[in-house]
Design a protein around this ligand. Sequence first.
Ligand SMILES: [Zn+2]
Ligand SMILES: [Zn+2]
Length: 282
Amino acid sequence: MKSPAHRTRDIERQAGYLKPEHCAPPPPRNSSDTMWFIRDSCGIVCGIITWLLVFYAEFVVLFVMLLPAKNVAYSLFNGLIFGSLGFLALASHARAMCTDPGAVPKGNATKEFIESLQLKPGQVVYKCPKCCSIKPDRAHHCSVCKRCIKKMDHHCPWVNNCVGENNQKYFVLFTMYIALISLHALVLVALHFVFCFEEDWTKCSNFSPPATVILLILLCFEGLLFLIFTAVMFGTQVHSICTDETVSETSGYRNTGNVVTVDDESGFFMKMLLQQRHNVKG
Ligand SMILES: [Zn+2]
Ligand SMILES: [Zn+2]
C-alpha cells in the first residue's frame, strides 16, 4: 500500500511548473512509439521472472508428472488443461504489459487546449506538474510510467505496467489464470504423491527420486505462493470493478495537482494554487 507521502508526491508546489514554456506540445509520435512498453529495468526483470516461473511449472508438470504416468487419458486431459491455462496466462500477461493503460496525452496542458475545453467560470481542472497534462477526473500520475493514467489502480511490476482503464481486464484475467494454474499444479502434485507413494519411484518419474522430490517441492512452494497472491489480487480487482472504485481511491486518494480555473471577472487565465489539494474521500 502506498504511504501518504508516496500518494501525494505528484503534487508540485513550485509555481514555475505552470509557466507556458513547460507546456509546449509534445513532439509528434513516430512509428516506433506506437507500441506501449515501459522501459523500467525492475519491471522488465519481474516480467521475465513471471514467464520463467510459468515455464518451470509447465516443465515439471509435463516431464516429471504427466509424461511418465501410465494412464494416457489422465496425462492428456491434464496436459491439455494445464497447457491451455499456461498459454492464456502468458497471453493475458503480454496484453496487460503492452496495452496502453489509459495514458493522458503528455504536455496537453497548453493554453490552446485549455481554451478548447470551454470551461465555465469557476470550473476547475487539474494539471499534472510532472507530465504537464490536464488530468481527467480519476486520473493519477505514475512515477514509473512517467504519465498520468486514467482510472489508475496501481503500478504492477509483475506486468511492468500500470493497471488502468484500458488494460484492467487483461490484468484480471492474468491473475485468474495464474490462480487456476497454481491450484491445478497443487492438485497434480498431491495426486502424484498419492499414486507414487506405494510404488517404486523410478517407475513413476524419469528423474532420480531426490531430483523428483526437489522439483515437486519447489513447484508446491511456487503454486501455494502464487495461488494466495493472485487469488487475493483477483478478489480485490473484482471488488473494485463491482464498486467502480480503484485501489488508490479506496485508500482515500482523489484527483490532485495544480489547479487551473477560469476567473469570473477577467475571463480566461491560469490561476495557480500553491497549496496541496489532497481531497479526502467523501
Ligand atoms: Zn502526470
Ligand atoms: Zn505506472
